[in-house]
Design a protein. Sequence first.
Length: 204
Amino acid sequence: MEDWIKHDVKEDVFKLLNSKPKLAQNNDFVNKLYRDNKSKFNTPGRETIKIALMSDLHIDYDYLPGANNDCGRPLCCRSDSGMGKTPETTAGKWGDYKCDLNSWTLDSLLGFIKDEIKPHAVFWGGDSIPHNVDTLTFQSNVDIMKNATAQVKAGLEGLKIYPTIGNHDTYPQDVIKMTTPRDNAAINEWAPTWDEFIQDPAQI
């Protein structure tokens, strides 16, 4: 018989919340900041900045227009998905709701952010790796993150970018101790491409 431990979800969540700093335990940290600083925020003529946030890009560099979007695998619309047999199962040029983001649609997004939104800075949230968990490898994870970083840098040239790591950006996915620096080997491989974004090595 295998060893196993019975978990109580409510108890686990309670322990997790109690391990947070007191200011963040009730998940009201940001709202409290606004309440406590309301007078500052309402000051006439105060300087403001514009931030663009993009997250969960899940960029698929193997996206193929015309491919099957219902192939029965974790991720379709790819070169190994077969071709769509009906309009409903055929991936379009600019993307498909059932699949991940292709690179030219990302280029369009980056161009819109830079030329139309014109933010002071861009927050790049995590999860840039696609959902092809059945074929993803250590090296493909590293290559995708390097390619994504190069594409974001080029598309948002001249803008300040603040990136963060998501659970999909590790290899294996979801395996990282956020309290231990340099704990994930894949991150260590592509992390130097973020040097211009994050100057403090302890922050990645």
